[in-house]
Design a protein around this ligand. Sequence first.
Ligand SMILES: [Zn+2]
Ligand SMILES: [Zn+2]
Length: 274
Amino acid sequence: MNEIINYFSSIPSSHRALILAGGIAFFWLIETAVPFVKFQYNKWQHAGINLFFTLTTIVVNFGLALLLLKTAQWTTENSFGILNWLPELNPWLFAIVGLLLLDLIGAYLAHLVEHKVKFLWRFHLIHHTDTWIDTTSANRHHPGESVIRFIFTTLGVLIVGCPMWLVFLYQTLSVLSTQFTHANISLPKKMDNFLSYFIVSPDMHKVHHHYVLPYTDSNYGNIFSVWDRLFGTFKTLDRDKLVYGVDTHMKSEENNKLSNLLSIPFQKYRSSNS
Ligand SMILES: [Zn+2]
Ligand SMILES: [Zn+2]
């Protein structure tokens, strides 16, 4: 455990970049070899848009990183936050509880609020406009949403009282987990179902990308599935019934054009048809 703590305390940016790029490459190869849905799409053009949004997400997170770092430092120095208020835990338990709490506050709750608050949905919507979900969709976030998510992550770190190594560990697991759940792959049904009792499985997150309510407003989980199961937001849908996208933006000239995707948050608000 000490090695893990030491490594993630000072994980070089180059390693983080390598994990991100390596993950995309790994799942890209698998989904090209054995795709779950045989999309009729230009995979490179589609990846171009999503990798642009991945890049803007990296820029936003890099630009604001100091704020996160200072927040984590402050909680440790002042013994602030849930982890610091709990009795002393063994390091493994400390890590698991910390990851679960960060997942709840910084990810699950943030995601739920993005769906419920109109102003935030305007930005998060861009993630949902993708009609071809593959591993590159994982970080398709409007730069505005990247800022919103950053604020929630920082709040999460503050409330949980997370040391920086745990934040870096969480973010690394989160990158790999979202690449896995968005990848255009299908696990054996039983295996997917089994996994979904512990972590967000590919089938579980794909339901979140079904184009109509109430499915869009379900399965908000990021790494762990327990929060959806606990708070009643867990839903299933047969694989053959899945249609990706969001009903308000199903035209390809709107959901597959970078300039339009960037301007969607500032366009007239559209209510869901369902
Ligand atoms: Zn969503
Ligand atoms: Zn998604």
